[in-house]
Design a protein around this ligand. Structure first.
Ligand SMILES: Nc1ncnc2c1ncn2[C@@H]1O[C@H](COP(=O)(O)OP(=O)(O)OP(=O)(O)O)[C@@H](O)[C@H]1O
Length: 449
């Protein structure tokens, strides 16, 4: 049980990979002492009083130079505890974490500020603590101050700074220390995503292909934007460690119920009341809003799928690519003119848009019984980043009656791929876009004078 974390362990400095091993985390555990004990059951079924909270339970992983590792998990999963241990702010109860190379954690830099000293003095102090000589600091000082956007406040004591200003200066120092490994906790950068991006761009500049990033976040969008690998921590344990898309998709499926496919439940010969009760059970809710119920159902959704631009089922779609909602449905009565409709909501339930049925191949609408398949394409550069839930409705026109509505039948997340392709709707705006939509408009500009 080590009291301190060694900065390096010589026997493991070279990895079995072509790239260098920069972080070797072996069986890290952390138990916090609690004021009130909890009752637990051991594997033999015996109960006992435990005065510790097990925030991390045997976490192991390796990081190689150039990895950009996202660490994600629910509130209280143990992410910050892990980062604190890696930053040597906290000792583990068990296990070891070897770090090879110069690691900088925003956690250390930001929290290391002396409130009575000016911003400038703190930059000297912190950079010196990280091994920079006075000359090196002098050379970088102007850049650090400019990058932090602190302006003349750099001569004021840090205790007069807002939380955001303190975080910006912390970022700026961290980003100018030329670290081999940069560790960031998104929680500390709340409020200014532009700055976060700037810091990561700076990482790219200074470390080129050997950059290593460990980035803690709740946001699958941020992790996808900045990382290529992701470790999912749940209740203090690593549940998945893989490429960023596989892990974030699995996380969204489990934690946010994202499901790109819907299959109608098997039909049973139950009474209408029981059917309604069934519909309230888990999963997408199917409700029959039936004026025509006496005549039996008019149309029923059978399947729904979210497809990417290659026609594959997709739980996540790139913001600058089209995707499609494909539905199969049974029309059960003649001469009803069935028209499917889609309602798309974002993750906080705001209605983004409603799509009516405008398929020109069926000008007279669908009025023959049978199974139909329709596909509606959502254009690229329309939806904002984040989760989207699609409700599918079966409607008849003249008069307008909604016969079935399957709430949140399918869902998917829109994400922005990495890179700086200005064809995307982002332009040069680096913050998270407010608003439900993020359309790319065709601008035209003429010089008038
Ligand atoms: N000093 C402490 N004493 C006791 N329990 C603690 C302490 N610090 C953290 N914990 C507990 O350990 C667990 C993990 O906390 P941690 O901050 O690492 O989680 P997290 O994944 O970073 O959460 P969040 O996403 O909310 O920031 C939580 O249940 C928390 O209440």
């Amino acid at each position: 049980m080590p009291d301190t974390l060694p900065q390096s362990a010589p026997e493991a400095a070279a990895g079995d990979d072509e790239r260098k091993l920069v972080m070797d985390v072996r069986g890290l555990s952390k138990r916090y002492k609690m004021t009130s004990p909890v009752t637990r059951t051991d594997k033999d079924g015996n109960t006992f009083k435990d005065t510790h909270y097990h925030a991390l339970k045997g976490v192991s992983f390796k990081v190689w130079s150039g990895d950009r590792v996202g660490i994600m998990g629910h509130n209280g999963a143990g992410k910050s505890t892990l980062l604190k241990i890696l930053s040597r702010v906290l000792n583990p109860s068990d296990g070891e974490a070897f770090i090879y190379g110069r690691a900088t954690s925003l956690l250390e830099v930001g929290t290391g500020f002396n409130p009575k000293m000016t911003g400038r003095q703190n930059v000297y102090l912190n950079a010196a603590l990280h091994g920079l000589t006075r000359k090196e600091i002098d050379r970088r000082m102007d850049e650090i101050v400019a990058f932090s956007e602190i302006g003349r406040f750099i001569e004021e004591p840090v205790e007069t700074y807002s939380t955001g200003m303190r975080a910006r200066l912390g970022f700026s120092v961290a980003a100018h220390l030329d670290p081999d490994i940069l560790m960031l906790d998104e929680v500390l950068s709340v409020g200014d995503a532009a700055f976060q991006k700037k810091c990561l761009q700076r990482m790219d500049e200074i470390t080129g292909h050997d950059r290593t990033l460990v980035f803690v976040s709740h946001s699958t969008g941020a992790i996808r934007r900045f990382c290529d690998r992701c470790i999912w921590i749940d209740h203090g344990e690593v549940v998945m460690d893989d490429d960023v898309m596989s892990v974030t998709e699995a996380y969204e499926a489990q934690m946010m119920n994202v499901a790109a496919t819907y299959q109608a439940p098997e039909k049973t010969e139950t009474k209408t009341d029981e059917k309604k009760k069934d519909a309230k059970a888990e999963g997408p809710k199917a409700s029959s809003l039936l004026e025509a119920e006496a005549e039996g159902p008019v149309a029923e959704l059978v399947t729904a799928r979210v497809l990417d631009d290659a026609g594959q089922i997709a739980r996540s779609v790139k913001i600058d690519m089209p995707c499609a909602i494909e539905i199969a449905y049974d029309v059960l009565q003649a001469d009803k003119r069935v028209e499917p409709a889609l309602h798309v909501r974002n993750e906080i339930g705001d209605l983004m848009f409603v799509v009516a049925f405008t398929d020109g191949d069926y000008p007279g609408a669908i009025n023959e019984p049978g199974r139909y398949k329709s596909r509606a394409q959502i254009p690229p550069n329309l939806l904002n980043e984040g989760l989207h839930y699609v409700t599918v409705a079966m409607v008849t026109a003249d008069p307008m009656v909604r016969h079935q509505s399957v709430d949140n039948a399918v869902s998917f997340s829109v994400y922005e791929p990495q890179g700086d392709d200005l064809q995307r709707a982002r332009g040069r705006y680096s913050r998270n876009f407010p608003g439900g939509l993020r359309p790319r408009m065709d601008w035209s500009t003429e010089r008038e004078s």
